[in-house]
Design a protein around this ligand. Sequence first.
Ligand SMILES: N=C(N)NCCCC(=O)O
Ligand SMILES: [Zn+2]
Ligand SMILES: [Zn+2]
Length: 321
Amino acid sequence: MSTQPRGPVDSSRIPRYAGPATFARLPRLDEVGSADVAVVGVPFDSGVSYRPGARFGGNAIREASRLLRPYNPAQDASPFALAQVADAGDIAVNPFNINEAVETVEAAADELLGAGSRLMTLGGDHTIALPLLRSVAKKHGPVALLHFDAHLDTWDTYFGAEYTHGTPFRRAVEEGILDTEALSHVGTRGPLYGKQDLTDDAKMGFGIVTSADVYRRGADEVADQLRQRIGDRPLYISIDIDVLDPAHAPGTGTPEAGGMTSRELLEILRGLSSCNLVSADVVEVAPAYDHAEITSVAASHTAYELTTIMSRQIAAAKTAP
Ligand SMILES: N=C(N)NCCCC(=O)O
Ligand SMILES: [Zn+2]
Ligand SMILES: [Zn+2]
């Protein structure tokens, strides 16, 4: 893009609580025409196994993101000046037909990626990671996956259903859209259905950094290890906000005690700033269970770090010889 990116509304001139919410007070996609990073909401939670409500997650994150500021000191970057980041609104998905919803998300992602954007998706439940990965793999081939979650989400089916929030990554492995040399779960914890869950997961190629590992080894060491595993592969990061402890993210559908702090999550992401992040999602924010926007603030900062990584990559690619 030859012109300067259009950035967020200036919160020192127009109060940050005024006007309709877009992510980080950025322009809408239709206001700028095209975007290097498209922030898109997926109001869908028909794939959940416990508490519903993540369909409201995207808009709660947008509301909480009013407080973000344009310079990110942790990555020494102004993400919205380095690249055009815009809010593409919501994908209108069928709440009564999961298969159709999955197809709709894939088609919408195809359109945005086809127009040259990287995606920063605000969920929605974790079901939506599958169609997003399908779309990303069409563009980049099988991608490395970094999956932050309390849960494995590699279970086979629930009630006979293939597309649920507990099964997207098994489907993705079956479909060959992931680079099985570089698959990691981070932050897992809590009871499973059986030990076989772990055996199956390892067979699919996943490495695991548990929540307790993060606590014991620290964010820097974990980020170093992940970076080495990922190398320069195209990377997709999927963040289920329940990776955070319920103290840091009470507003989610399947909370598990003993989770990471938001500081640990943000620090690990900052440690991945040199990775070729092609798209990302933040899912499972269920505002009805939230208090004082604790969860949606954490999610908005998480999406901000992810957006910063993408913007830095885009700017670096533009200036490369
Ligand atoms: N993806 C999320 N958040 N949860 C999966 C939970 C699967 C279960 O109910 O056993
Ligand atoms: Zn989860
Ligand atoms: Zn999940």
